[in-house]
Write a new protein. Structure first.
Ligand code: COA
Length: 320
């Protein structure tokens, strides 16, 4: 039996930072950021943490589904910006929600994290290992940015999105995932250096580094192929898809995917203008926004797709 999304939730930090405000911090302009990316503002955490936003998004998803925390038996959090190395974000979310019956763990598949989490939840359900899963993407990416590097810091934001998934007759129709580790150094953030009595290391803490053009080329080539493959596996023609909800990295990437697939931009809702790129949280936050606008009806076919560091990608076709 497949898994079906029965509720969504999200949480964005209270503080927003416009492109104009960024002009005061780095050598950039509102015009450059809008032209090259479509982004106008992003939310940045001040009081919020990856855990607090993930818990809030999870609560909102439970409320949206009309479900209780004790029904959850699996919590998966996709994140690259956990507050702590351990315990995991998912374990802290379990505690924050009082979801005492859930097994909980984090995964790192960067901007495809939500799609990978959904695939794991689906596999657990097909194996009879879970009935109700909370899949979350949660990020405080602002902690991983070099705020002097205009090539990266203008792109990203903070936030969390969640989906409550239940084992049901219909739901996820297909899932496609991939990884290209050979090209992974195009988008990096190093951990602390080895530092022990045998290997003293004074290296400074590292931040996000990106070969933007390489990542751009990867995205416009890989994402349409992954979506086509997922549609083929689901035996659903692209014309039947109500919405394609893509990772919100750059409006030009989304326009290129729409063009390659021969589908109009109205089929590709976006929120990157207000949120920027929130890695694993982008897709579930967008899904929640579309859901709460009332734009989805039971039975609609939708596509979700994520891509990013790894390099990784994932696409899913599902019945709402
Ligand atoms: N403000 C002003 N100028 C900037 C800038 C900024 N924030 N960032 C870069 N520039 C400059 C560069 O220094 C360069 O100047 P130069 O020509 O004098 O050397 C110029 O703009 C062009 O830089 P380039 O990196 O070639 O721009 P681009 O058109 O490729 O756009 C990205 C840059 C990052 C917007 C684009 O490559 C992109 O979106 N890549 C994908 C990134 C992504 O999605 N990452 C996350 C994946 S999950």
């Amino acid at each position: 039996m497949p898994a079906r999304i029965i509720g969504t939730g999200s949480c964005l930090p209270e503080h927003t930072v416009s492109n104009r405000e960024l002009e005061k911090w780095v050598d950039t302009t509102d015009e450059w950021i809008r032209d090259r990316t479509g982004i106008a503002q992003r939310h940045l955490a001040v009081e919020e943490t990856t855990v607090s936003m993930a818990v809030r998004a999870g609560k909102n998803a439970l409320e949206n589904a009309g479900a209780d925390a004790d029904e959850i038996d699996l919590i998966i959090v996709g994140t690259v910006s956990a507050d702590m190395y351990f315990p995991s974000t998912a374990a802290q979310v379990q505690s924050g929600l009082g979801a005492d019956n859930a097994v909980a763990f984090d995964i790192n598949a960067a901007c495809a994290g939500f799609l990978f989490g959904l695939a794991i939840a689906d596999a657990y359900m097909k194996a009879g290992m879970a009935e109700t899963a909370l899949v979350i993407g949660a990020e405080t990416l602002s902690r991983l940015m070099d705020w002097q590097d205009r090539g990266t810091c203008v792109l990203f934001g903070d936030g969390a999105g969640a989906a409550l998934v239940r084992r049901q007759e219909e739901g996820i129709l297909s899932l496609v995932q991939g990884t290209d580790g050979k090209s992974g150094m195009a988008l990096t953030c190093h951990n602390r250096p080895v530092n022990n009595p045998l290997a003293q290391n004074e290296a400074a803490v590292d931040f996000t580094r990106m070969d933007g053009r390489a990542v751009y080329k990867f995205a416009v080539k890989t994402v349409p192929c992954a979506i086509e493959k997922a549609l083929e596996q689901a035996k659903i023609p692209a014309e039947e898809i109500k919405y394609f909800l893509l990772h919100q990295a750059n409006i030009r990437i989304i326009e290129s995917v729409a063009k390659k697939m021969g589908r109009p931009m109205e089929k590709f809702p976006t929120n990157l203008q207000k949120c920027g790129n929130i890695s694993a949280a982008s897709v579930p936050i967008l899904l929640d926004h579309v859901n709460r606008e009332g734009s989805l009806s039971r039975g609609d076919k939708i596509v979700l797709a994520g891509f990013g560091a790894g390099l990784t990608w994932g696409a899913a076709v599902l019945t709402w």
